[in-house]
Design a protein around this ligand. Structure first.
Ligand code: TYD
Ligand code: MG
Length: 466
């Protein structure tokens, strides 16, 4: 009998009896692949192992609270994104572009945990020799670290049941297959089934399983997004390949908040934790030049300072160009238009280039005022004091509006040695003046520019008096 086939979306796992160009659930184009139809087995998450009878509803009030047990990865940045350590028996998905450093990160984590626990690192992509070379480079020598180059799920689970590790790493989910499922490794069916088995294995044996998943744009291998709802915790490892920073971001966490990030730097000997990202991002900042200023953006609950640069050059011919790296392009165009219309700057005959240094991406409006002032400073050639930080959202009439988490941002700026802080006046109603940093309230963009010019004059006078 001919095996029935179905078409499955590699992004969200939607099944269709016929091929579709666009997925009706996730709206992605060209993501359907033909796969043999299989009957999915039933996987019940066993919450009470000793009972054979069906579970009965119980009063929430009567259920006693058990704290989940966590182990520390001894990597502060990872513990933070996981909400205070690795929860035993949880299933954690680490997604990211190929080559971003997922294997490196997980080998380092395994090594750290393997000092006091057993860790099984299953690699479906690299040979023992390759892993050894990488481990030597990373200086990994955890005594409890076991490596298994294997892609067959049954062999992996047998090995894991025998050795009973505390943590198991699967690198990567797209290479692992279950032999009785007819589709190829990396297909939606395989990835989904294998994850189900791993989930069950993790819960039954109280073993934490980390799954590595490559994010792919083409629909040939199943993306980790499809797995997000199945796992306890989803972490994405992000960054520009050309830059050395990497950000580990929590997208989903059943045991903690999703508002956390961990910052790492890729070095010759692996990933190093960055305890103070602001310091790293502000290193090498030019002083006494126009068009450069510092913004404070919130990554999760963590304020991070970064430098924003603007360059305005006269347009040669035709329409003026606008270019933005690190901030939203349409926001940049909007801010330029506000400068033109509300403050009378000659933007129509200037190209504007904006760059956030260090490869970080700003998605907040709380940095508007800093960006607009950087453009103004470059076009009018005045210097923004390097010890001044600018906070605020800008509205279309050039008014400065209040922002969220203002005090946290001011604290971070004060910690980094900034002396002045321009803040929206509405925010200042709830914040007291302080000794370590002078807060300057503003209602609109012109006021902010006036303050900056005053600070500059004061600095110049101080220099002359010296
Ligand atoms: P890798 O962990 O293999 O990426 P992934 O598993 O996400 O595909 O990392 C690959 C990149 O990291 C590679 O381009 C080289 C770089 N790298 C370093 O810069 N330093 C190091 O110590 C290591 C091990 C890798
Ligand atoms: Mg890898």
């Amino acid at each position: 009998m001919k095996q029935k086939t179905v078409y499955i979306c590699s992004e969200c796992g939607y099944n269709s009896p016929k091929w579709l160009g666009k997925c009706p659930t996730c709206s992605n184009w060209n993501t359907f692949n033909e796969e043999p139809e299989i009957q999915s087995s039933r996987y019940d998450i066993i919450t009470d192992k000793n009972s054979n009878i069906k579970q009965h509803p119980r009063k929430l009030y009567d259920i006693s609270e058990e704290n989940e047990t966590r182990i520390s990865s001894k990597m502060h940045e990872l513990d933070r994104v996981l909400g205070g350590g690795i929860v035993k028996g949880s299933l954690i998905l680490v997604g990211g572009d190929p080559g971003i450093g997922k294997s490196t990160l997980l080998l380092q984590i395994s090594d750290k945990i393997a000092n006091d626990n057993n860790v099984l690192y299953v690699s479906g992509e690299e040979s023992l020799q390759q892993i050894k070379i990488r481990a030597t480079r990373l200086g990994a020598n955890g005594s409890g670290l076991y490596i298994l180059p294997e892609t067959d799920l049954d062999c992996i689970l047998t090995a894991a049941s025998e050795s009973k590790p505390t943590v198991m790493i699967i690198d990567s989910i797209q290479t692992i297959f279950k032999s009785d499922i007819p589709s190829a490794p990396g297909s939606v069916t395989q990835v989904r089934e294998v994850t189900h088995y791993l989930m069950r294995f993790a819960k039954e044996n109280n073993i934490t399983v980390f799954i590595v998943g490559h994010v792919t744009k083409d629909g040939n291998i199943a993306g980790p997004r499809m797995l997000e709802h199945m796992v306890d915790c989803v972490l994405y490892f992000e960054g520009e390949r050309t830059q050395s920073y990497r950000i580990l971001r929590t997208v989903k966490n059943r045991f903690g908040s999703t508002n956390e990030i961990g910052v790492f730097e890729m070095k010759d000997n692996g990933l190093a934790e960055v305890k103070n990202p602001s310091q790293m991002l502000l290193e090498g900042r030019p002083e006494n030049v126009s068009g450069s200023t510092v913004v404070c953006t919130l990554e999760g609950t963590r304020p991070i300072l970064a430098e924003v640069q603007a360059l305005c050059s006269p347009t040669g011919f035709g329409n003026p160009r606008r270019m933005a790296t690190g901030i939203d392009f349409s926001r940049a165009v909007l801010l330029t238009a506000i400068l033109e219309k509300q403050l009378g700057y000659p933007m129509q005959n200037h190209d504007v280039y904006i760059n956030v240094v260090g490869g970080i991406k700003i998605i907040e409006t709380a940095t508007d005022l800093a960006v607009i002032v950087a453009i103004a400073s470059n076009i009018k050639n005045f210097v923004i004091d390097s010890k001044t930080i600018i906070l605020g959202e800008v509205g279309l009439t050039s008014e400065v509006r209040s922002i969220g988490y203002c005090e946290q941002r001011i604290n971070e700026a004060a910690k980094m040695g900034f002396e002045y802080c321009i803040v929206p006046s509405n925010n200042l109603q709830s914040i007291k003046q302080r000794d370590d940093i002078k807060l300057l309230p503003v209602k609109n963009v012109s006021e902010a520019i006036r303050y900056l010019k005053k600070i500059e004059d004061k600095r110049n006078k101080d220099i002359q008096n010296q």
